[in-house]
Write a protein that binds this ligand. Sequence first.
Ligand SMILES: Nc1ncnc2c1ncn2[C@@H]1O[C@H](COP(=O)(O)OP(=O)(O)O)[C@@H](O)[C@H]1O
Ligand SMILES: [Mg+2]
Length: 314
Amino acid sequence: MTGRRIAVLKGGRSFERQVSLVSGGRVEDALARAGHDVTGIDVGADLVDRLRAADPEVVFVALHGRDGEDGTVQELLEALGLAYTGPRPAACALSSDKVLAKHLMQDAGIPTPDFLAFGESTFKDLGASGALPQIGDRLHFPVVVKPARGGSALGVRFAATPEEVPGALIAALSYDDRVLVERFVRGRELAVSILGGEALPVVEAIPSAEDFYDFEARYTIGRTRFVCPAGLDHGVAAEAQRLALRVVDLLGLQSCARVDLLLDADGALWVLEANAIPGMTETSLLPQAADAAGLDFDDLITRMLADARDPRSR
Ligand SMILES: Nc1ncnc2c1ncn2[C@@H]1O[C@H](COP(=O)(O)OP(=O)(O)O)[C@@H](O)[C@H]1O
Ligand SMILES: [Mg+2]
């Protein structure tokens, strides 16, 4: 294939800006190695001007979090009539909102830890703090408190007792105006990446010290050990892949996604969330899963590029 003009969107103003800059940089290098004419764009207020100047044939979206993963940038690219990689706007909007995605999963019978959702205004205007005792009755402690929209474990806190809930809620509310309180599942941390409608081998993330796979552990080489394919019974691995495929069908993420799951001590699998724009850093799980399936990083990028769709052709 001859080289094409490609713009790589990265950075932006989300909390995951730094991760995205690394993802985008690696994508740019891979595209340049494949002979493409690459323009990296750190997304800001001049995005449209910079896209016009670059005049790309395809836009590679390597933005995480707000704007990049929630459908905002995809809507803009649709409006500009530009072909882009990754899922379409509705799938991005649905999957980036954990509350919406979990309601849909529950309704579809996909196992996801039970949860309660609260909006900031429900505390201020509706006296929702009076509903907090319900948390213990319904979910039992410990619970996990997290922002509805967010990533990389930012704003995710554990609350072992009712007294710890308000502090955890305030922390989560600093990332988003809606939060969820979720049943805690003690278990092994698994991820299934999807590429072109197919599930890649399961990755297990094993934190080396703390029992929580947090932001630092995710991006510091050596802090977490990754095993891919994960050491699982064949039936469990196949079930994790089957669940991940159901999730991407439900949310519209068939082109590319990473589904995060937990495997509890009883052998039950629980879906935590689906990510529309998975990380592409050196410690990220999609590249590791692709590698285990025989696709090196450059092959992976070529595949993602080939899947990019042109809004004008729909
Ligand atoms: N219900 C839960 N039980 C146990 N651990 C959890 C739970 N929810 C989240 N975690 C931990 O927090 C991490 C981040 O949570 P996740 O829902 O995947 O959000 P993020 O979008 O930040 O990745 C998980 O990888 C897991 O380690
Ligand atoms: Mg996650």
